[in-house]
Design a protein around this ligand. Structure first.
Ligand SMILES: NC(=O)c1ccc[n+]([C@@H]2O[C@H](COP(=O)([O-])OP(=O)(O)OC[C@H]3O[C@@H](n4cnc5c(N)ncnc54)[C@H](O)[C@@H]3O)[C@@H](O)[C@H]2O)c1
Length: 396
């Protein structure tokens, strides 16, 4: 099939490579021209997609990136994979989705299958995408992406894929497309069910992470180890699922998607109390970390040298979107500390560079990547560990 994918980020590029590998002819359309040229020279910006693999698809003509929307016009399948962030009031910002729909409306004049993979609230495909594209009889389906960057066990091929469409023909065509590179396809009765399933999955994670984060604070105040309690509880073979505490949630999904659910809940008059509370608990974790570090390191950090280790939002990825490390660093600076950070994967961030972990007064391990020099952390004056890695250190 001739496939166009709008957005070549974590999701779009992953799907592009999956589809190219299945024998489709894929165009990756992105407004970011720098990204487009990098991709066309075989440079991948995503963990899990090797440059060799990308270069191979470019060489064989199976894939190319472009910022020319006219190239959409000849596609049989168009996948939308653009950002769905929150605005300043933490409400859904669908500007990118609208722009992608408008791009299709303007450039695609023969019927195609249009699939939305961007995460959004139920009703997005029907009301925010299909309703903006008038005059042509396109097919519309929703197949929310579940990719977990850096996960080597579950990827595009073996993660079951949900599909809901506006018509049975749209569902059939979407199933035909995804069956070429996904093992398991699950049809649901409407796009709204598929869209809601995705945001409910991430809300489930956000609420449970908030619960363990709150529990970790209770356990610490009681003088017991929250992590040991969670490990003990996880020996129960049924009815319990292990989540671990940390410095807060980051990335494009867990801190964001639940607010999409809260937004529609609010519109239909149902108070999304769990989501609100989970947001509060997780957003307050950086302040809790800083409070514990101040208490554990002698009552004041003014003038002290602090190194924050691991600034991406999770292990072994370089993604710094919504990372709690940002708030932790800002709060330390507001307390008068001299703060630097170390993260080999991130390298450069907020116009600052990663520094070696050298004799800091305080080291705070926020995110642990493989191969991290734990001995260098232990060599610092006081160590606070948000990851449960360093035995005997203070932490959560
Ligand atoms: N990152 C994840 O782990 C993940 C997992 C599952 C679902 N999702 C969802 O997938 C969607 C995309 O997320 P992502 O992480 O791939 O985002 P991303 O920021 O990595 O990539 C999005 C890309 O879209 C491009 N773009 C924006 N507007 C465009 C337009 N009008 N035309 C063409 N390109 C445009 C941007 O330049 C960017 O390269 C979001 O809805 C997100 O919630 C993300």
């Amino acid at each position: 099939m001739r496939v166009a994918i709008i957005g070549q980020g974590y999701v779009g590029l992953t799907i592009a490579v999956g589809a190219a590998g299945a024998g489709h002819k894929v165009i990756g359309v992105d407004v970011n021209e720098q990204l487009v040229s990098a991709l066309n020279t075989g440079i991948s910006h995503i963990e899990g997609i090797s440059e060799g693999e990308l270069a191979g698809f470019i060489g064989s003509g199976a894939y190319k990136a472009s910022s020319d929307p006219l190239l959409l016009s000849d596609s049989e399948v168009i996948v939308i994979a653009v950002p769905t962030p929150l605005d300043e009031s933490r409400n859904p910002d669908l500007a990118f989705v609208h722009a992608a729909a408008d791009l299709i409306a303007k450039n695609v004049k023969s019927p195609a299958l249009i699939i939305n993979e961007s995460t959004s609230y139920p009703g997005t495909l029907r009301k925010e995408i299909a309703a903006r594209i008038t005059g042509i009889d396109h097919l519309y389906a929703s197949s929310p992406e579940r990719v977990d960057p850096g996960n080597t066990k579950w990827g595009t091929k073996n993660t079951p894929r949900l599909i809901g469409g506006l018509t049975p023909t749209a569902v059939a065509k979407a199933k035909e497309f995804y069956a070429t590179f996904c093992d398991t396809i699950i049809e649901v009765s409407s796009p709204e069910v598929a869209e809601a399933a995705k945001i409910f999955e991430n809300t489930f994670r956000q609420v449970n992470i908030a619960l363990v984060n709150e529990f970790a604070q209770i356990a610490d105040a009681l003088g017991i180890s929250g992590r040991e309690v969670i490990e003990a509880a996880a020996t129960k073979p049924y009815g319990f699922m292990e989540f671990n505490p940390g410095p807060g949630v980051g990335g494009h999904c867990i801190p964001v998607d639940p607010s999409y659910l809260a937004h529609v809940a609010n519109e239909v008059g149902v108070p999304a109390t769990f989501i609100k509370r989970a947001n509060e608990v997780n957003l307050a974790m950086p302040a809790y970390v800083v409070k514990r570090v101040i208490a554990g390191s002698g009552g004041s950090i003014k003038g002290k040298k602090v190194v924050v280790v691991g600034v991406s939002y999770k292990s072994n990825v370089a993604d710094i979107r919504e990372t709690p490390a940002g708030a932790i660093i800002d709060l330390f600076r507001a307390q008068g500390a001299t703060v630097s950070w170390h993260d080999d994967l991130v390298g450069s961030w907020r116009r600052e560079l990663s520094v070696p972990i050298n004799d800091a007064d305080i080291a705070v391990l926020v995110t642990k990547h493989d191969g991290l020099d734990l001995e260098a952390i232990k060599g610092c004056g006081y160590v606070f560990d948000c990851t449960g890695t360093i035995a005997g250190a203070d932490g959560i």
